[in-house]
Design a protein around this ligand. Structure first.
Ligand code: FAD
Ligand code: SF4
Length: 430
């Protein structure tokens, strides 16, 4: 529920304005949290928004979907009553009108960015704000990356997302969609067109596969594919299209953790399916904020602590359930822990199974830029000092180099990449 003025001010007044504010260490973007809350308390919502925007141009996004590590670092978190920093950020974004100056006509060097997710958007913003001429190339029809194509509308509306692109348009950032870097846009072409630096912000949207018995049955999906298929057909079409495709069926089991697992679960529940998320851990170990977990449970999603043994299907090759074993709570030396029970395995019925096992970057870069160095985990390597990849003038940011990053981390990474590019171009000029 969005805060009204009274709730926002009451909550802002609860903030003790700690001399050494622990919440600061939790925010990947370095937002002056006590500072913006103080301004809210004084009734200066515009000032609060400007204070946030000094570090985060996309407050409306983070105010809605950031997992808010800052709140876990708040001194009141242990009592279960942290200051609701994320909601206050959202309130400032929705109700404040920024007075920050906009940039003048871009006249500095041309920079190309690949990918319009939060990482690319953030870099484009900071570069354009310093008057660089920025073009962002995007493979898909619409900009926004995972925020547009995977995260459901009920958590982040297309309207809010579109407003972020209005901001980029106002800074004269040029966005070219339907341009796939690699097959339809080569690196040499970019440099021949006069771009002085190239930033790769192509994200990590390929599911990390899991070796589960029975994974080939019809009715088994990976989270990203499932969400993209429903999201890409637009808000109004989702229900009708989903019904036609029988996605999801009547009973859905989601295997995995994190926001993607919860988004698939909630989306399925909203489409009328009975949904269970199974994890071999405690409910609190599902890798999402308490709010996100509770919202899913309120919508009927069950969270079951079970050990998965495999997926089972019928003779026609369709899923009919997952084979599981119960888990028991054991009191050990380090406190409570879960162990697989000695009871016989059982089948949890399902006609749809969705696997949420994390994501990794796609292979296009390896194919089209084989000279790029990767680290021992297989991730694109960047120089910690310069932010550059092993190719001169080519930089990288976001979940491409840190696949587990949150939106705030991707925005922070884009901001850092923009800074490194500016340093590089300044150095080249002198
Ligand atoms: C279902 C789901 C739910 C999530 N929920 C949350 C959440 O609640 N809170 C949170 O903080 N984080 C969440 N995340 C994580 C968050 O979405 C990512 O951290 C973030 O999107 C990463 O941003 P990015 O810019 O690096 O990549 P992306 O958002 O993936 O954007 C990459 C862009 O590059 C484009 N691209 C790829 N290859 C090419 C190419 N060759 N040429 C041109 N363009 C290309 C893609 O089309 C895409 O637009 C969630 C992720 C998923 C999948
Ligand atoms: S961006 Fe996230 S971590 Fe930073 S202040 Fe906002 S909610 Fe907290």
């Amino acid at each position: 529920m969005a805060f009204n003025k009274k709730i926002a001010q009451d909550e802002a007044r609860r903030c003790p304005q700690c001399a050494e504010a622990t919440c600061l260490a939790g925010c990947p973007l370095g937002i002056d949290i006590p500072g913006f809350i103080r301004l809210l308390r004084e009734g200066d919502t515009a000032g609060a928004l400007d204070r946030i925007k000094e570090q985060n141009p996309f407050a409306s996004i983070c105010g809605r979907i950031c997992p808010a590590p800052c709140e876990r670092a708040c001194i009141f978190y242990a009592d279960g009553q942290p200051i609701p920093i994320r909601e206050l950020e959202c309130y400032a974004a929705d109700n404040g009108s920024s007075k920050l100056k906009t940039a003048s006509v871009p006249q500095k060097e041309k920079v190309a960015v690949i990918g319009t997710g939060p990482g690319g958007m953030s870099a484009a913003y900071y570069l354009a704000f310093q008057n660089f001429q920025v073009t962002v190339f995007e493979a898909l029809h619409g900009p926004g990356g995972t925020l547009r194509y995977a995260i459901p509308d009920f958590r982040l509306s297309q309207k809010v997302l579109d407003e972020q692109f209005d901001l980029l348009n106002s800074l004269k950032v040029e966005i070219k969609t339907d341009k796939v870097f690699g097959p339809s846009l080569r690196v040499d072409e970019i440099f021949m067109k006069g771009y002085k630096a190239l930033l790769l912000a192509t994200g990590a949207s390929v599911p990390v596969m899991r070796d589960i018995r029975g994974i080939g049955f019809s009715g088994v999906y990976y989270d990203h594919e499932f969400l993209c298929r429903l999201q890409s057909i637009g808000k109004d079409g989702v229900v009708a299209q989903a019904r036609r495709q029988k996605m999801p069926g009547l009973k859905t089991v989601v295997i995995g953790r994190g926001p993607a697992a919860f988004d698939t679960a909630r989306m399925s529940a909203r489409l009328g399916s009975q949904v269970s998320i199974i994890i071999d851990g405690f409910e609190e170990e599902t890798g999402v904020s308490d709010d996100m977990r509770k919202e899913a449970q309120q919508e009927g999603v069950k969270i079951l602590s079970l050990r998965l043994m495999g997926i089972v299907g019928n003779d026609n090759g369709f899923v009919r359930g997952v084979e599981c074993q119960n888990m028991e709570i054991i009191e050990g030396q380090g406190g409570l822990k879960l162990e697989v029970s000695k009871e016989a395995p059982f089948i949890l019925e399902a006609d749809t199974v969705i696997i949420a096992n994390g994501h990794k970057p796609n292979n296009l870069l390896r194919h089209y830029l084989p000279q790029l160095k990767h680290d021992d985990k297989g991730l694109l390597w960047t120089d910690g000092k310069t932010g550059m990849t092993s190719m001169e003038r080519v930089f990288a940011c976001g979940s491409l180099i840190n696949p587990d990053s949150s939106v705030a981390q991707a925005i922070a990474s884009g901001k850092m990449a923009a800074k490194k590019i500016i340093q590089y171009l300044d150095h080249e000029k002198n």
